[in-house]
Design a protein around this ligand. Structure first.
Ligand code: F6P
Length: 318
């Protein structure tokens, strides 16, 4: 078989480990591996190259994606996807393995519906794919955020200041929530869990009276204007406050072992599923086991029981 791999959407640490696992597992089983550069955009342009074992040497520890990535809005149009399929067929590719987040999955699910076999490996710092406990890259980004907030606490305590910290996550609050639990944040505001400003301001007044030296308020991006909110807190509560938008540094860096191992397991599983003739599936991890499920389940928005339980923990341990 000829198996091709691409990365698409926002890069995530561990994507390289997944690329390596896909290529090496394909070769291990005696088949041919192909790399597609620059995501779906590159696929349409025909940036397709056969790769060998050496092509993926020394990439396991590197952040980002050596294949490059892109966001291609036009991929929602059938004629654009047909161009992609024509390119894949010209190279006689039998299965396309995509590594990315929900946008990437939508493209892959549509290609599959059009008759081209695809399989998805979840990689996004946002942890925003249903059906898997974790996406590749989430734990590395979390680690970066936690290290940054620990540093912020040093300087905030020195000055007796509160800090509003904005994390990435798009429509998902996992990064903010897990970072908040890891750093003892006083408040965590996410799309799933909003807190009114007055409650925060009143609490901070009390904190100040009690002589607390710092307070951390973590906010998922796009929820509010982080700088204005920090100023409002300072004005109304009397607790000096600064804003820190962590931005793109959250997405870079060498993947933590957990992401590398997850990527290796998922990459190998995806190839073996392809060799077994499967397609139209997403790979995930559930209670430490690697699982597969139809793409459609990856787009489900539902009650996240674990998230709810973790939010209930915040006031108890903050
Ligand atoms: O999906 C990952 C992510 O990093 C989000 O957290 C963020 O909102 C988005 O990508 C930023 O995307 P871009 O690189 O296109 O600005």
């Amino acid at each position: 078989m000829k198996i091709a791999v691409l990365t698409s959407g926002g890069d995530a640490p561990g994507m390289n480990a997944a690329i390596r696992a896909v290529v090496r597992t394909t070769l291990y089983h005696g088949h041919q591996a192909y790399a597609i550069y620059d995501g779906y955009r590159g696929l349409i342009k025909g940036y397709i190259v056969e790769v060998d074992k050496k092509s993926v040497s020394d990439i396991l520890s590197r952040g980002g994606t050596v294949l490059g990535t892109s966001r291609l809005d036009e991929f929602k149009y059938e004629e654009v996807r047909q161009q992609a399929i024509d390119k894949l067929r010209a190279y006689e590719i039998d299965c396309l393995i995509v590594i990315g987040g929900d946008g990437t999955y939508k493209g892959a699910a549509d290609l599959n519906k059009m008759g081209f076999p695809t399989i998805g490996i979840p990689a996004s710092i946002d942890n925003d794919i249903a059906g898997t406990d974790y996406t590749i890259g989430f734990h590395t980004a979390l680690n970066t955020i936690v290290q940054d907030i620990d540093k912020l606490k040093d300087t905030s305590s020195s000055h007796q200041r509160a800090s509003v910290v904005e994390t990435m996550g798009r429509r998902k609050g996992d990064l903010a929530l897990y970072a908040g639990l890891s750093t003892g944040a006083e408040f965590i505001i996410t799309p799933e869990h909003q807190i009114d400003k007055e409650t925060i301001i009143e609490s901070l007044k009390k904190h100040l009276k009690e002589g607390r030296r710092n307070a951390i308020i973590i906010v998922t991006e796009k929820m509010l204007n982080t700088y204005e909110f920090a100023n409002e807190i300072a004005e109304k509560s009397g607790f000096a406050c600064r804003a820190t938008v962590l931005g793109y540094v959250q997405r870079g860096g060498s993947p933590v072992p957990k992401d590398r191992i997850l990527a290796g397991r998922m990459g190998a599983y995806a190839v073996e599923a392809a060799l077994a003739g499967k397609s139209g599936i997403a790979i995930g991890v559930k209670h430490e086991d690697i699982v597969e499920y139809p793409f459609e389940e990856a787009f489900k928005k539902g009650n996240d029981k674990k998230l709810k339980e973790l939010f209930e923990l915040v006031p108890k341990i903050s």
